[in-house]
Design a protein around this ligand. Structure first.
Ligand SMILES: Nc1nc2c(ncn2[C@@H]2O[C@H](COP(=O)(O)OP(=O)(O)OP(=O)(O)O)[C@@H](O)[C@H]2O)c(=O)[nH]1
Ligand SMILES: [Mg+2]
Length: 194
């Protein structure tokens, strides 16, 4: 089966749970004491999608403002961006809107955007109504899903939805190496997380 590499980046405020989502997806693990990401972390996971295998090359970026200028390295050449907010922090939803704007202005034209409202296990202290976030996602034709990295809710589904939005290759037999790349530039190297 053909393996297709898809560069995916995670963007969003510090503390919203980007690394926790990635750790849940890749290692099915949740760390209550996870440290803020420095620069970015890189992990991969391969999942079946129709007649293809999608190898996600995942760049988990640091949400702290001091790392903002690095972000273009990670969203450039990405097939998809997951923008994460924390459903208990209205500010993080405002930051998400800034990321949407930045991606629109400077990101790849055909990038698949997924909006993930994380920490939905904390619904009793919710600040961002699901309806509002969903409507915003619809207005920009983005995928929308609420997740809980802690309780393993909708994390697999998030990446499945991304897989489904990636158009299948029309002519897969053109590459005899059984490897099809949707990444558009070599990814910079950095440390791993988890
Ligand atoms: N209750 C709850 N806590 C979560 C969830 N996901 C992450 N957390 C917690 O939120 C905090 C921040 O998580 P991180 O994954 O480090 O957040 P981040 O977005 O990667 O932060 P930066 O690396 O600084 O950008 C940690 O204490 C996590 O344990 C979740 O789904 N539910
Ligand atoms: Mg992190």
């Amino acid at each position: 089966m053909a393996i297709r590499e898809l560069k995916v980046c995670l963007l969003g405020d510090t503390g919203v749970g980007k690394s926790s989502i990635v750790c849940r997806f890749v290692q099915d693990h949740f760390d209550h004491n996870i440290s803020p990401t420095i620069g970015a972390s890189f992990l991969t996971k391969t999942v079946p999608s129709g007649n293809e295998l999608h190898k996600f090359l995942i760049w988990d970026t640091a949400g702290q403002e001091r790392f903002h200028s690095l972000a273009p390295m990670y969203y450039r050449g990405s097939a998809a961006a997951v923008i994460v907010y924390d459903i208990t922090k209205l500010d993080s939803f405002q930051t998400l809107k800034k990321w949407v704007k930045e991606l629109k202005e400077h990101g790849p034209e055909d990038i698949v955007v997924a909006i993930a409202g994380n920490k939905n296990d904390l619904g009793d202290i919710r600040e961002v109504p699901m309806k509002e976030a969903k409507e915003f996602a619809e207005s920009i034709a983005a995928i929308f899903i609420e997740t809980s990295a802690r309780n393993a809710v909708n994390v697999e589904e998030l990446f499945q939805k991304i897989s489904k939005q990636i158009p299948p290759l029309e002519n897969p037999e053109v590459d005899s190496n059984d490897s099809f790349k949707l990444t558009r530039q070599p990814a910079p190297s950095t440390r791993r997380c988890c």
